[in-house]
Design a protein around this ligand. Structure first.
Ligand code: GAR
Length: 202
């Protein structure tokens, strides 16, 4: 079975949705490792509860980003990780790191890319006043929030929506869409052709 590492910095609700999908047999892979850069992240508790090994690797403990990533790579290699799933990992990976795992890093973004890149996608879309927003699962390349798109889901922003209600809707959609994108990868059904991701039938 394919070994997956999830990278998270925060609450870990997407991580939790992935754990559930693996448990339910929807994703046939082994969640081998949580890589986390924040000792206070809720994701750590979720990993421990699920019996998933945690690599807590803090940037402050390393003299450079390169050294920080070298430690991450060491941990990934010791677990034979074949797929990296970013789930609210709030750090930009270097071009060297991305090239090393080219085509094997996925990300979820809480807006319809290429709109509202960055760390505040939900709020930026809300404040902008768009009527439709959504979520994007994509491959990671060397530019932030830019790689080839695997799946997108859209939702309406209603008159009655607040930032909080929109956040809830976005997260619910992420928790459905991201496990589905991971499943497609694990089943070998994704093929990157330039900017396009072709999805084949099973
Ligand atoms: C998610 O909404 C994810 O889309 C976002 O961080 C949140 C993590 O939540 N990622 C980004 O904004 C990346 N640019 P979680 O820790 O509860 O899964």
């Amino acid at each position: 079975m394919m070994n997956i590492a999830v990278f998270a910095s925060g609450r870990g609700t997407n991580f939790n949705a992935i754990i559930k999908a693996v448990r339910a047999g929807k994703i046939k892979a082994n969640l081998a490792l949580l890589v986390c850069d924040n000792p206070d992240a809720g994701a750590i508790k979720k990993a421990k509860r699920a019996g998933i090994e945690v690599a807590l690797i803090e940037r402050k403990d390393f003299s450079s980003k390169r050294e920080f990533e070298r430690e991450i790579i060491r941990r990934l290699e010791s677990h034979n990780i074949e797929l990296i799933v970013l789930a609210g990992f709030m750090r930009i990976l270097t071009a060297d790191f991305v090239r090393r795992y080219a085509g094997r890093i996925l990300n979820i973004h809480p807006a319809l890319l290429p709109s509202f890149k960055g760390t505040e996608g939900i709020k930026d879309a809300f404040d902008y006043g768009v009527k439709i927003t959504g979520v994007t699962a994509h491959f990671v390349d060397e530019e932030m929030d830019h790689g080839p798109i695997i799946l997108q889901g859209a939702l309406k922003i209603d008159e009655s929506d607040t930032l909080e209600s929109l956040e809830k809707k976005i997260h619910r959609l992420e928790h459905r869409l991201y496990p589905e994108a991971i499943r497609l990868f694990v089943e070998g059904r994704l093929k990157i052709e330039g900017r396009k991701v072709r999805i084949s039938n099973p």
